[in-house]
Design a protein around this ligand. Structure first.
Ligand code: ATP
Ligand code: MG
Length: 354
């Protein structure tokens, strides 16, 4: 059964509609991410769920109960804001215990809960410090501990890792996900970081222009994007204009800049003019005899686990990821040969947005 339901939420500021229509059913214990570019309405949506922004239209239900008009502090939700402002004049323990004090929890029960929660985010022993005596990563954890201390029914996280360096961010992804699972807290994470969304979520809702354009597992969001926007926002992709020349039961015959290819499909409603998408990591370097196309290396970049190579050929400029197996691949100006599987190509209607 749905635990938290967002039903047709919209938000207008004067003439400006910033959230058009957001509907989402979230299960108890689920970790769901709202993923989208800056300005697409993620924070606004989260603020409506938290009760800090009033929806212009739509309803919110928690376990079937309409909470649209319930005050934020009565919703029992924990929130980590985009700027996770801690109270600077309060110690770590004071910050973490703040919500408990508001709830009227007694001093000794509060001390126990604070210690337990600091332990959870691995900050035991730092309760007496002030925020300015902590590193950025530690402050971020205090903000998360403060949201968790009240044992919220729903945890709302607005870009909670944005101020951390890449390595710390990765560690926090793993830790936060483990804590969330351990406590079984239903969680909504707002982020524009696709890696963050993919590594932590049960499902990802991809947002664009105040709407959700796709809700799916991280794997499907990446492997089966439903729109050009989702294709290019999640990971890198090559996009090639093409035409369908024949339609069969499970595949289409497609003219791809002079190449005649067969592309499997899941549905039938493609127009003749389509775009074909191929991920850079699906294209392999092969011998001339095995190749679909040849091309000339225009640039190459070393990224540790792989090389990112740009290749100019009959399909235009293709980006190809070549795994780093210890030697250096082709150099600028070299001719190389490329291939990929039929099922690595995806079709979407050409010219459509979002
Ligand atoms: N109080 C407000 N009054 C008017 N416009 C607002 C208000 N709050 C947000 N907006 C506008 O609504 C749009 C969506 O803002 P929102 O903060 O929800 O985006 P976001 O997806 O969280 O972006 P970011 O990734 O940059 O945090 C933006 O164009 C923003 O300027
Ligand atoms: Mg935001």
């Amino acid at each position: 059964m749905t635990y938290l339901a967002l039903e047709g939420l919209a938000k207008r500021y004067g003439e400006l509609t910033v959230v058009e229509d957001i509907s989402l059913n979230i299960e108890r214990g689920e970790f769901i991410s709202l993923l989208g570019p800056s300005g697409c309405g993620k924070t606004t949506t989260l603020q409506m769920v938290a009760g800090f922004a009033e929806p212009t239209r739509g309803r919110l239900r928690l376990e079937g109960r309409d909470i649209t008009d319930v005050a934020p502090e009565k919703r029992g939700m924990g929130i980590v804001f985009q700027s996770y402002a801690l109270f600077p004049h309060m110690t770590v323990a004071g910050n973490v215990g703040f919500g408990l004090e508001m709830q009227g929890m007694g001093r000794s029960a509060r001390a126990d809960r604070i210690a337990e929660t600091l332990d959870l985010v691995r900050l035991s022993g730092l309760g007496d410090r002030y925020p300015k005596q902590l590193s950025g990563g530690q402050r971020q954890r205090v903000a998360i501990a403060r949201a968790l201390a009240i044992r919220p029914n729903v945890l709302l996280l607005d870009e909670p890792m944005s101020n951390l360096d890449a390595k710390l961010r990765e560690e926090m992804h793993v830790e936060l996900r483990a804590i969330q699972k351990q406590l079984g807290i239903t969680t909504i994470l707002v982020t524009h970081d696709q890696i963050e969304a993919m590594t932590m979520s049960d499902r990802i809702a991809v947002m664009h222009g105040g709407r959700i354009v796709q809700v799916s597992s991280p794997f499907d969001a990446y492997e089966r994007p439903m729109s050009p926007f989702a294709s290019s926002f999640l990971g890198k992709t090559n996009c090639i204009a093409a035409q369908i020349t024949a339609r069969h039961a499970s595949c289409c015959q497609v003219q791809l800049a002079g190449l005649d290819v067969r592309i499997p499909h899941e549905e039938h409603q493609y127009p003749d003019d389509i775009n074909v998408y191929i991920r850079p990591e699906k294209i392999r370097l092969v011998s001339a005899a095995e190749s679909r196309v040849s091309g000339v290396v225009r640039s190459r970049m070393f990224l540790g686990s792989h090389w990112s190579v740009e290749v100019d050929g009959p399909l235009g400029r293709l980006r190809v990821n070549v795994p780093n197996v210890g030697d250096t691949p082709a150099r600028e100006g070299d001719t190389i040969y490329l291939s990929w599987q039929d099922e690595d190509m995806r079709m979407l209607a050409g010219g459509t947005e979002a």
